[in-house]
Ligand binder design. Structure first.
Ligand code: GDP
Length: 444
């Protein structure tokens, strides 16, 4: 399908070496030819696909740039349509002037994500692969970019399609029973089908479970640093981050707010929250901080319970209040190096001793399975929720088979099949598709 001609600047709006103006649609080449003229010995009558031509780019406002032009003939292009890219010098105003000339030549401005949406509509890319592309572009940690690239390479689409194919076989088997009810399916065959459904549910559940690590890859791991005033929480935050972010003071109760800082461990973003010391006799402002601290603790993936000297009932109470793994950190080991027997680790926020080991503990507490496996691509909440629905439908189909008529079972199986199609895009509604592509930037 070769749609209406659209154009946009595809490179970031900042001064750089090169800027790329992308044009897509049936008229892409005639539009580009009005703006670009190949020069010198390379002058050509007809553009050969996938060849770079150098020449003059006539931009708006009487500006001429010298740049490159490449033509991709449909369907062998990113969008599946005719595409032309103009490469001009990377000036913000210059690239805008080139775009203005392209628009004057007959293209219209592309909407956010419109090139990728056309790639999806033309079957060049699945929906989850397009989402992976967005994750790669927007990823803020190497694990997120990696997960995005696994999605982009079609890992999830492949999984979804394989499960769909198996469900199609099952539907064909039980469909025959619906069409010819007199030819009852044998009980042994029903039990085989049940086994198939259960194994597909198991396969789906594995993906669903991977989201536990996946959402941490996408959103970062939340670490709440808690403990009594003066235990050294702010100092530890600084030691972990490697710079002075929180205010450190020797009078108790100065960290009144939850101070945030981020760092990358093993490719994953860790967001640190320094919480106010939890004290009964706290003043008004401090109480506010304590409230925030409790909230940070509730939302935490890992808690660091920092103490100095001996681990007391207060720390134990805090640990019990944690809904997540807690690491007991005995601080100020430069003053006292004698273990109290309760700590998971001894550190000195002042000298940095033990801080690297603490980082390793934080990693294994937050992501026990690691993030480098080839299965680490389930990072999108949409995929997680859809797969949870697939699992539920497969579960009810498996328990209904042999108990209820097969046409009732097939309703559950079809629901699972359709939900899997929302991942690949085959059954995704216009609303889902529009929501996904509106998150892309213009030019993508
Ligand atoms: P918070 O109230 O828990 O945030 O504690 P701070 O980080 O503000 O530290 C309280 C005091 O303890 C400050 O004077 C710090 O310099 C000191 N302190 C923090 N960590 C260490 C440490 O590892 N060794 C020593 N000797 N002093 C520390």
């Amino acid at each position: 399908m070769n749609g209406e001609c659209i154009a946009a600047i595809s490179t970031a709006p900042a001064a750089g070496g090169v800027a790329i103006i992308r044009i897509s649609g049936a008229e892409a080449l005639p539009v580009a030819e009005k703006v670009f003229s190949p020069s010198g010995k390379t002058a050509v009558k007809k553009f050969k696909p996938r060849y770079m031509y150098s020449g003059n780019i006539t931009a708006a406002g009487g500006i001429t740039d010298f740049g490159l032009c490449v033509y991709f003939k449909a369907p062998h292009s990113f969008t599946g349509e005719d595409v032309v890219e103009l490469h001009c010098h990377g000036g913000v105003e210059l690239s805008r002037a080139v775009l203005r000339a392209v628009l004057a030549a007959g293209a219209r401005p592309a909407k956010a994500g419109e090139f990728t949406m056309r790639a999806f509509v033309n079957g060049k890319i699945s929906l989850s692969a397009a989402e992976g592309m967005a994750d790669m572009i927007n990823g803020q940690s190497s694990a997120e970019v990696r997960a995005g690239s696994l999605l982009y390479s079609g890992r999830l689409t492949k999984e979804a399609e394989e499960i769909q194919d198996k469900l199609t076989d099952v539907l064909a088997k039980i469909g025959a029973d619906v069409d010819y009810p007199e030819e009852d399916i044998e009980r042994s065959e029903l039990s085989d089908i049940k086994q198939i459904l259960l194994s597909l549910k198991e396969r789906t559940d594995k993906l669903v479970a991977a989201y536990d690590g996946g959402k941490k890859i996408k959103n970062g791991v939340s670490v709440a640093i808690c403990g009594k005033p003066n235990a050294g929480k702010s100092s530890l935050l600084n030691a972990l981050l490697g710079y002075d972010k929180a205010i450190v003071s020797s009078s108790a109760g100065t960290t009144r707010d939850v101070v945030e800082g981020s760092m990358e461990l093993g490719g994953v973003r860790f967001n640190l929250y320094d919480t106010a010391g939890i004290r009964e006799d706290a003043g008004e402002i401090e109480k506010l901080g304590i409230k925030r601290a409790r909230r940070a603790l509730e939302a935490a993936d890992v808690a660091l319970i920092v103490y100095e000297g001996a681990y007391s009932g207060d720390e134990e109470e805090l640990r019990k209040a944690c809904p997540c793994p807690a690491i007991k950190v005995r601080n100020k080991r430069d003053i006292s190096d004698r273990p109290d027997g309760n700590e998971d680790i001894s550190v000195s926020a002042l000298t940095g001793e033990g801080v690297e080991e603490l980082k390793k503990l934080m990693q294994s507490a937050a992501l026990p399975g690691g993030t480098s496996s080839d299965e680490a691509f389930l990072i999108e909440e949409r995929h997680y929720k859809t797969l949870a629905r697939v699992s539920e439908s497969l579960g009810s189909a498996a328990s209904a088979i042999g108990v209820f008529p097969t046409d009732i079972v097939s309703v559950d199986i079809k629901e699972a099949w359709d939900a899997l199609g929302e991942i690949t895009g085959a059954t995704a509604t216009e609303e889902i598709i529009n929501t996904i592509f509106s998150k892309f930037c213009v030019g993508k």
